[in-house]
Design a protein around this ligand. Sequence first.
Ligand code: ASP
Length: 584
Amino acid sequence: MYRSHTNGELRATHINKEVTLSGWVQKIRDKGFMIWVDLRDRYGITQLIFDEERTPKEMMTLASQLGREFVIQATGTVIERESKNPNMPTGDIEILVSKLTILNKSLTPPFTIEDATDGGEDLRMKYRYLDIRRKPVRDNLVFRHKVTMAVRNYLSNLDFVEVETPYLIKSTPEGARDFVVPSRMNEGQFYALPQSPQTFKQLLMVGGMDKYFQIVKCFRDEDLRADRQPEFTQIDCEMAYIEQEDILNTFEGLTRHLLKEINGVEVDKFPRITYDEAMKTYGNDKPDIRFGMKFGELNEVAQHKDFNVFNSAELVVGIAVPGGNQYSRKEIDQLIDWIKRPQVGALGMVYVRCNDDGTYKSSVDKFYDQEDLAKWAHATGASNGDLICVLSGEKNKVRGQLSALRMELASRLGLRKSDEFAPLWVIDFPLLEWDEETNRYHAMHHPFTSPKSGQLDLLESNPGAVKANAYDLVLNGNEIGGGSIRIHDKETQSLMFDYLGFSEEEAKAQFGFLMDAFQYGAPPHGGIAFGLDRLVAILGGQETIRDFIAFPKNNAGRDVMIDAPAPIDKEQLKELHLQLNLKP
Ligand code: ASP
């Protein structure tokens, strides 16, 4: 028996008990005649004491040879601690050791294995197994487990069935590149790793499973942006014989359950806004509504004066920054520099100070009088003491820039509180999205999404205006879930592929199986997928998803611990019928 108790378990009630503990040596204090050791395992820390007068001599000697992260087993008596530590659950007691066994030695760890470590991110990733010994990392993994258990229980109670779908598949177009796997047995052929189980879950509906979910890995070979992982986890769901309303209600229920179960927070019915409203009001299809600062469009009240910058702009739009009139000239200049950075890309910013006496002072006083500025204040909802920030230019660009400014200012003002939760549905997404690179329309969600009824005719005349039965669940400025009601008949699906530029042969080669299935009584169906990593991070009140993944990849998509990706040897390449043409 390695242990009778864990290191988080013993209390004053155990005093005089004989116990055996195992774990890692976190800290040693060696006074010669007395040695204290903090012993750690997943459950906590217990203090061991070796005392010249009471501990056998050879055990004393052994204890003096311990080093950090040695794995040991200690048997002894629980005694009352002389100086108690109220900050530790086991702080009332210590173990007077009578027998010590070194189970394994350890090299000196490259960083301290404590809550606040001296190890930088790279080092911690290289030795992730040591990092996981630290409580904050371990707690995050346990937290993730709690969330996935709550998801499984909730959905299972609603009769959802978790079904596994394959990882070695054919490409599913979800907008990213596929990771591909060469097939040894089929020369020149490749599997693709799923970007999501989209087509399989639809086939499960054709197969009559009715309510499916899966906590599943998905793979997308995208250019890596900060805090994206090439492999990530979805809570993937699909239902048959449902309408959009059923999906929204079911998964609002799941989200509400998680907020209650995990965070103890009760939320009212989630607001719903259309994609168009979201873009108009927040410049963003995943608005953070924990705070206001809604956009006020100013074209009507700011154009047709002599200020040409505004007159020539497609959109003039502003936000009121609460209390912003306190900003000094220097601070405002810094803000202007901030939005001019290439990442945001604004050309400049007009601002209006809303003084406490109800007067205004703007950076464009030459063109606008008090009456004009009062209209701006009205449109942006500004009060005395606020600062109105105004941007202008091409509609989509300006919305993006003002949205970035809105989020930045909210962060600076402390309005993005991690313990506040403001979920909402964004609905009625466009079916198609214009792609500058390829100069054509792409499916905004994916090609299996159904257009709103009666809008199919618009596809020819005004494709950008067609709305889809597609929805996103947004939490605190993050898209945590997205889905759609699907096309379930072959004709519409073929039409869609045709519209998206697939020739009949291509569509048949890639998705013939799905269109075949649709001919055998496919029920109406739809679904949603949640990004589990992000969801867990938000519920955990933290920013980075990496902190909630046991073995994450770094920003360059590398696993620096196992050193992947890595070359494979010639033999293996040959077996896979691959040849590398690397430049010397
Ligand atoms: N497969 C979609 C995605 O990964 C989700 C869905 O439509 O259910 O975004």
